[in-house]
Design a protein around this ligand. Structure first.
Ligand code: ADP
Ligand code: MG
Length: 265
């Protein structure tokens, strides 16, 4: 069997990470064994794959002494294996620590022994604390993709994330542009990618099909498989799978970032 592909997707909260990774997982599930790991305290990465929210590892650990694999590992669309790390109550404790605990438990319960061919981590990126870097720092993930739109805050977060990636000397595989529909959006994101020494690996248009499928707790891939939007996720999944070009990013300096952003206004 070929080597497992370990992908981490980072980005600002609300930018569209979970939507993208759940659709990627659904796309890969057509011909691969997939493990999808939510590492966001929001714990909704896997909702559209399983069809409902699943219990988080941290919550289960609070409730039970002898946690079994079945307590935390759930199967969804296309037999995708799903887990959610969860996080502490807001204002209490470090959310990143939750990710560490979750990863340790996955190892202990031999979840990785299920031999997934693709493992996808969905990681919140605006809090660049040590814990959130876990999938990268502990060598769980080999390649990172950053999701951003052309908006200031999303790019600002993307730039910060690239600082973290550089520090960990990790492999950035590219930037995913999840469109919000602002002026010159793809151009802005392409220029940003270029400036940090990377490239745009995929562009996902804004589409009402995302909300329509989300309401039913389904991915676009499942609910609207024959649409342009599904095709975009499918195409992105193939590009990421075939990607061989990785860089250690060179983040933009703060002053230069302001200047960069102004040139597009
Ligand atoms: P994150 O995981 O980064 O916090 P989500 O994937 O949960 O973000 O997306 C946040 C919101 O944006 C969701 O309500 C989702 O429906 C919406 N969304 C994401 N991508 C798109 C898109 N391409 N078109 C329209 N809405 C989108
Ligand atoms: Mg999310």
């Amino acid at each position: 069997m070929s080597k497992t592909k370990h992908i981490a997707v980072y980005g600002k909260g609300g930018i569209g990470k979970s939507t993208i990774v759940s659709n990627l997982a659904a796309a890969y599930s057509k011909d691969k064994k997939v493990l999808l790991i939510g590492c966001d305290p929001k714990a909704d990465t896997t909702r559209t794959v399983v069809g409902k929210r699943i219990p988080t590892i941290l919550n289960i650990l609070k409730e039970k002494r002898n946690v079994k694999k079945e307590d935390i590992l759930f199967r969804g669309y296309g037999n995708v294996m799903c887990v959610e790390s969860g996080g502490p109550e807001p204002g209490v404790g470090c959310a990143g620590r939750g990710v560490i605990v979750a990863m340790k438990l996955l190892e202990k319960l031999e979840v990785f022994q299920e031999k997934p061919e693709v493992i996808i981590y969905d990681v919140l990126g605006d809090v660049v604390c040590g814990g959130f870097a876990v999938p990268l720092r502990e060598d769980f993930a080999d390649e990172v993709y950053i999701v951003t739109s052309g908006e200031y805050m999303a790019l600002y977060a993307a730039n910060n994330i690239s600082k973290g990636i550089k520090k960990l000397k990790s492999n950035l595989g590219g930037i995913i542009c999840n469109c919000r529909g602002i002026n010159r959006e793809v151009e802005i994101v392409e220029e940003f990618a270029h400036r940090i020494n990377s490239k745009v690996i995929g562009v996902i248009p804004r589409s009402e099909l995302v909300q329509k499928s989300e309401i039913e707790a389904k991915t676009v891939m499942e609910k609207f498989p024959e649409t342009e939007q599904a095709l975009k996720y499918d195409k992105l999944s193939k590009k990421i799978f075939a990607n061989q070009e990785f860089v250690v990013p060179e983040p933009i300096a703060v002053e230069e970032f302001e200047e960069f952003f102004r040139t597009f206004q």
